[in-house]
Design a protein around this ligand. Structure first.
Ligand code: SF4
Length: 188
């Protein structure tokens, strides 16, 4: 660094220090953070990257996520997020994010976008077909026959971010389908 640059730098620093005496930097920072969230709606959610289930606050303006940060009121993370959680917004705004279901026909090597209605119908039909074709109504033990009403061909796997209510419905669906293979990612 030459003498001229040194003088410029120290003069600039002096101005900054002088201004700092008149401006409350804490208030400026708080005001800037507030402006960022003007006109937004806040929603709480949970990070979906690991089984800790840290709470997050999402700020949405005109249907677009514009800010995502740790929820200070959440019992698990109390506002903190690890580096994965802190960068979760990238998965929302990524140009590579899939926003519609896709279907690849047997033998084909290309994926075709389909509507949600078509996806739901396909899944429901497949589940019914598998359930019907593998249904075990009764089992014999010795001379006796017992009703068992089950399929061994369907299993359900839940995730760590499912709420208690969702887990309840998930189990209920397993019972209705006739499977006792209901597992959870956090138990693996
Ligand atoms: S923020 Fe980090 S620790 Fe918390 S749930 Fe997400 S990945 Fe797990």
């Amino acid at each position: 660094m030459n003498r001229r640059n040194w003088l410029k730098l120290t003069a600039g620093g002096g101005v900054g220090l002088a201004l700092g005496q008149f401006v409350n930097m804490g208030e400026v920072q708080a005001a800037t953070a507030k402006m960022k969230l003007v006109g937004t709606q806040e929603f709480t959610t949970a990070c979906n990257l690991c089984s800790c289930g840290c709470g997050m606050v999402c700020s949405v303006r005109e249907g677009k996520l514009i800010n995502l940060e740790g929820d200070p009121d959440h019992v698990i993370n109390q506002g903190a997020l690890c580096s994965k959680g802190a960068s979760l917004m990238e998965t929302n705004i990524s140009s590579q994010r899939l926003t519609a279901p896709r279907y690849r026909a047997p033998g084909s090597n290309t994926w075709k976008e389909i509507s949600w209605d078509e996806a739901f119908e396909r899944i429901a039909n497949k589940i019914k077909m598998v359930r019907d074709s593998t249904w075990v109504a009764t089992e014999k033990e010795g001379e006796d026959t017992y009703p068992v009403s089950r399929t061994d061909a369907i299993a359900l796997l839940g995730g760590a971010q499912n709420t208690n209510e969702e887990a309840y419905l998930f189990n209920k669906m397993g019972r209705l389908l006739g499977t006792s293979y209901v597992e959870h990612q956090a138990r693996l």
